[in-house]
Design a protein around this ligand. Sequence first.
Ligand code: UD1
Length: 420
Amino acid sequence: MEVIEIEGGVPLKGTVYISGAKNAALPIMAATLLTEGKSILRNVPELKDVKTKAELLEIIGARVNFIAKNTLEVDTSGPIEPFAPYNLVKQMRASILVLGPLLARRGVARVSLPGGCAIGARPVDLHLRGLERLGAKISLEKGYIVAKASKLTGNEIVLDIPTVTGTENLMMAAALAKGRTVIVNAAREPEVEELARVLNKMGANISGAGTNIIIVEGAKELVPVDHSIIPDRIETGTFIIASAITDGEIIIKNAELSHLAVVVEKLRQSGVVIENRKDGIKVSTDGKLKSVDITTAPYPGFPTDMQAQFMTLMCKAEGRSVVTETVFENRFMHVSELKRMGADIVINGRSAIVTGGRKLQGATVMATDLRASASLVLAGLFAEGITEIRRVYHLDRGYERFVEKLKSLGANIKRRPGEL
Ligand code: UD1
């Protein structure tokens, strides 16, 4: 098992290229199941989660190959078996995204129910209720969701919570339903908008994506696409913080700052200088960082996927900040590891109170989930001495060549064999 070793204290310098968005690639890969033929997806990050999704699509009957760097061909012309087994769904909850497309294309789908996960219970009840509104009959059999509908029919679906993958699943199912579907209180994330863009390229008729009311006019048939995926906004935010926490100065290319408006605003309030220039996004700092409070919320609010990284930056900023997590109930697992590095953080219910302005000390720490691992890498870049991060497979799920990219910016970081 590999570990990441970092010797902290080097200000990052240079240029970094942002990869395609994981959370856009996963639903778009699932959407190819709505079509018959070869789709080409470009700017696909070569990540563990993408590979898991590819494996799942292959079990279902698609042929999936990287035909060039970051270019994925998905061929769905063969027979499609509407089945997602437990061993893949348990590795990645986003596997649930095949439910809507399989049901719409085959009239039946059997998808393992995802279990709990490290960052909270994460149910899929809203996905299922929405599909029922489209006329599906759903039952639970031996840990599997079994959904049936000879033909889905458009309807109004009101979501209690603007669930991201739920909105995506329903949009995909509705794209091949008979008539009009209106999704109220839809998620507004850029990845939802991107999926709608791809579905429309496939021949769907979707409007309102990016707002909280999405209207889908069902199409008879959808066709394969050639599409290049938007940049990863969470990777972008993570590199901005990597630069700021090391007092570095970097240029970020291939990124879309407008997808990160609240994060950028909060970072600027803290003293990070972020300039959107022709040659990329320039990040630098202007003296000492100040503490800033954040509260996570569905898009366009502060993303829960940036909470852990922001909290690490607040360990450096002078003063006290309150970080409040409202999206997931158990997303403070990085706190105990940061405390082992000397951070002063107190958890009070859904908030963490961070008293910053002190140096962290390198230590051996354990990654617990994807974004928590990123926050530990950031802590290691800032800390005095050597930090060893274990269970780095979490990081490989969502950051493409993270260690290599940080190294190219001058960080003293490497992967090496180590203990689990
Ligand atoms: C997606 C992202 C993930 C991000 C999260 C929140 C992908 C592949 N993953 O996850 O990186 O952290 O959005 O921005 O895009 N909920 C229910 N019932 C449901 C569905 C969700 O109660 O049926 C709750 C969840 O428990 C959670 C909240 O809704 O508290 C938001 O979750 P959701 O938006 O569904 O997250 P994901 O789509 O799983």
